[in-house]
Design a binder for this molecule. Structure first.
Ligand code: PLP
Length: 391
């Protein structure tokens, strides 16, 4: 073991995802030092004389963030692919802090931004805020290339693929090419895919943005976000926004996130396999409509997803005939917690319509597969469906 990036000798860029995840961002191995140094809790650092970095004040710099940023950058933009994503990575207190950092650091009054109209339910709040600041916001659905009609004169195209909660997919490479040809920047929310499932920068995007609260950290106990930027100047602007907004992750959260990355591939493998097994089982149920999982052959997004994604995620969505039947189903589950969020090691599900923010039917369920044994999980879901149907 040699390299200061924590990558195995011989270059982890060429290594498998599990190898890269377990070594990502670790410091050079030194006698008597831990493999992953503990969180550095510091509001300030000793700083006699001229206030030069690397560590001055706790809102601006922290060595625990640095290691996590190195790790996330290595996963989103592996050096072996000729990218310098690690240098352009900025971690945040939450996914929304990361999303806001890109939008508010890049857009000015008079600019035009194109946002999904079917993405994460806080996007309409951002739309309102951007509009109040004089940014023109146009919207388009994730699937179907409708973004192309909205692109003329745009400064930024925002994509979320797969979209939450309906799991539509868009062609990042094609849309990024069209956006760049018109002078627009492209940001992709990569939350659902994780960096092991999809690499937006390799597909042509300028920013990969995500909530690390979900499958990236995967234990349901940390809020976190990150932005990986292609351009160092854009990364400096995003970092400056973090300083201004103060949307910094706590050192403990950053350290827990880094610790969780070691099992990212294991978790993703089991969770995604569980999601696919569930999708196959749900396909056989007559009471289920609108089943979506990008990894399911026959899903409207499958061909495109198979082209641009390396894994398909842990979320499955489907619709039961009524709100009451969906509530009975959720109540009858024994291994699955009724909760919002997704991506955790414990399966969760919720009736998405209860929030009122998504354009989904009352019986729409967003299901996040955890790492339970597949037979147990599928068995629990089928039993709960039977019980909800009254059979
Ligand atoms: N982006 C997507 C696709 C999400 O699903 C979420 C949260 O669910 C966010 C961003 C916001 O992340 P956070 O809750 O960490 O702020």
């Amino acid at each position: 073991m040699s390299a200061g990036t924590g990558t195995p000798a011989g270059g982890a860029g060429a290594a498998g995802d599990g190898t890269r995840a377990v070594h990502a961002g670790l410091p050079e191995a030194r006698k008597h030092e831990p493999p992953l140094p503990g969180p550095v809790f510091a509001a300030h650092y000793h700083l006699p004389g001229d206030p030069t970095g690397p560590y001055t004040y706790g809102r601006d710099e922290n060595p625990t963030w640095d290691r996590l940023e190195q790790a996330v950058g290595e996963l989103e933009a592996p050096p072996a692919e000729g990218s310098d994503g690690a240098g352009g990575t900025v971690v945040f207190a939450s996914g929304m802090a990361a999303v806001s950092a890109v939008l508010f650091s890049q857009l000015r009054a008079g600019d035009v931004a194109v946002l999904p109209d079917d993405g994460y339910q806080a996007l309409p709040l951002l739309r309102e805020q951007l509009t109040a600041y004089g940014v023109e916001v146009r919207t388009a659905p994730t699937g179907g290339d409708g973004q192309l009609k909205a692109l003329d004169g745009a400064r930024l195209l925002w994509l979320e693929t797969p979209s939450n909660p309906v799991l539509d997919v868009c062609d990042v490479r094609r849309l990024a090419g069209e956006a760049h040809a018109r002078g627009a920047l492209v940001a992709v929310d990569n939350t659902l895919a994780t960096p092991l499932g999809q690499r937006p920068l390799a597909l042509g995007a300028d920013f990969a943005v995500a909530s690390g609260t979900k499958q990236l950290t995967g234990h349901g106990d940390v809020l976190l976000g990150y932005v990986v930027c292609r351009d160092p100047a854009a990364a400096a602007a995003v970092r400056r926004w973090r300083k201004i907004a103060g949307a910094i992750p706590g050192p403990m959260e950053a350290w827990l996130a880094h610790r969780s990355l070691a099992t990212l591939e294991l978790r993703v493998e089991r969770q995604d396999a569980n999601a696919l097994a569930l999708a196959h089982a749900l396909r056989e149920r007559p009471e289920i409509a609108g089943l979506r999982y990008p990894g399911l052959p026959g899903d409207p997004s499958h061909r495109l997803a198979a082209r641009q994604m390396r894994r398909f995620g842990c979320v499955v969505s489907f619709t039961l005939p009524s709100r009451e039947q969906a509530e009975r189903f959720l109540g009858a589950l024994r291994l699955v917690h009724e909760a919002t969020s997704f991506g955790g090691v414990r399966s969760t599900a919720e009736r998405r319509g209860r929030w009122g923010g998504d354009a989904v039917p009352e019986g729409f369920v967003r299901f996040s597969a955890g790492v339970e044994n597949t037979e147990d999980l599928v068995g629990d879901v089928l039993r709960a469906l039977d019980s909800a149907a009254g059979s």
